[in-house]
Design a protein around this ligand. Structure first.
Ligand SMILES: Nc1ncnc2c1ncn2[C@@H]1O[C@H](COP(=O)(O)OP(=O)(O)OP(=O)(O)O)[C@@H](O)[C@H]1O
Ligand SMILES: [Mg+2]
Length: 350
């Protein structure tokens, strides 16, 4: 991934609003093809502004935003926005159009024929876990908040855009539904290979979804860019460490994955399991499956075949092993990672 040309590049990008508020200050940032880059930071730190400069809803005061090497300032905004999916927290579905018509918006603008559009709409509604025959005919007010957000994702994916900008897209969903949407969305994104900039103020969501996580501080200044495990184990500064907060080890555990070493033989479990997760599922997912199964164990599968069982006690033991093997938690000051394109100097440098 390190040798790939960035799909999106921010070059010295600043945005100061007429009010005098500097939302983004001299941002250098590369978004690599097919990655999910999570932007996280406190309210008002410039996350939405950063995102909106990609599809020209906001114009930078200085610097350039490049999409596939081309300055977006030279692109026609309407055509640009058809190439870039955009999902926002309140989704912005058209209230007087059915779910299917909402998802068909951009195909309609692009003049797709009806058969192709209908096929694509059905396919996408299925992908996000909605029934085209049931939900497709409904209007947005006839859906739950979580279902509306799924429609928002489906609509943004309708023409399979190479880039998807998501601004707190799951914010309106309750924690359990949100967890499920995150898992499903991540699977879809990996299947389609979509490059995603994902804004959230929720560090848990950022580390669960991101291939890399950008921590922004006040004035849109980058404090750290790293993969989730590095971010959690080696925060670049006291400020980042404080932002990550006390739940750090729990989050780290959420990144662990079910392996063969965690399992007990299925025969030891009898009939006490009805849900399953595949090998390689995150411990988070295994926890969720256990919690919703109402049983005291789940089945673990490999290629669809059961290879063992996982009880709550096995999960706890696995988590403990992971915690013990995790790197020490003393923050290193500004870790030096020469050659790493993602690394930026932290606020605390110097
Ligand atoms: N159109 C605007 N005019 C003036 N100031 C603005 C405008 N949009 C945003 N700002 C200011 O720019 C700063 C960054 O705003 P932005 O919306 O990017 O923050 P954010 O990180 O997305 O916050 P949140 O987590 O609350 O959504 C804030 O101080 C905000 O008040
Ligand atoms: Mg915002």
């Amino acid at each position: 991934m390190t040798s790939a040309e960035p799909l999106i590049r921010f070059e010295g990008v600043s945005k100061t609003f007429p009010s005098g508020a500097t939302a983004v200050g001299n941002l250098d940032l590369d978004v690599l093809p097919h990655e999910l880059l999570a932007l996280v930071g406190p309210s008002g730190c410039g996350k939405s502004t950063t995102l909106r400069m990609v599809n020209r809803l906001v114009e930078p005061t200085s610097g350039r935003v490049l999409l596939e090497g081309e300055d977006v300032a030279t692109s026609d905004p309407v055509r640009l926005r058809r190439r870039i999916g955009y999902v926002i927290q309140d989704v912005g579905l058209f209230p007087h159009r059915t779910v299917a018509q909402n998802v068909a918006t951009v195909p309609g603008l692009l003049g797709w024929d009806r058969t192709r559009t209908r096929q694509r709409v059905s396919e996408l509604l299925e992908v996000v876990g909605l029934d085209p025959d049931v939900h497709g005919r409904r209007y947005p007010h006839e859906l739950s908040g979580g279902e509306r957000q799924r429609v928002g994702v489906a609509r943004a994916l309708a023409v399979d855009p190479p880039v998807l900008l998501m601004d707190e897209p799951f914010g309106a969903v309750d924690p359990e539904g949100r967890r499920r949407l995150q898992v499903e969305f991540r699977r879809i994104q990996q299947d389609l290979g979509t490059t995603v900039m994902f804004v959230t103020h929720d560090i848990d969501e950022a580390v669960r979804l991101g291939d890399r996580v950008v921590v922004l501080g006040r004035g849109g200044v980058v404090q750290q860019i790293d993969d989730p495990v590095t971010l959690l184990t080696r925060p670049a500064s006291a400020a980042v460490e404080q932002f990550i907060g006390a739940g750090r080890s729990v989050r780290l555990l959420g990144l662990g994955r079910v392996s063969a070493a965690d399992l007990v033989a299925s025969t030891d479990l009898g009939a006490r399991t009805e849900r399953s997760v595949p090998l390689g599922a995150t411990y988070d997912e295994a926890f969720a499956a256990l919690a919703t199964s109402g049983m005291d164990a789940i089945t673990v599968t490999d290629d669809g075949r059961p290879v063992g069982g996982l009880r709550a006690a096995d999960l706890v033991a696995a988590l403990r092993r992971l915690a013990e093997s995790a790197p020490a938690q003393e923050p290193e000051v500004a870790p030096q990672t020469p050659g790493s394109p993602g690394h930026q100097p932290s606020l605390a440098d110097g």
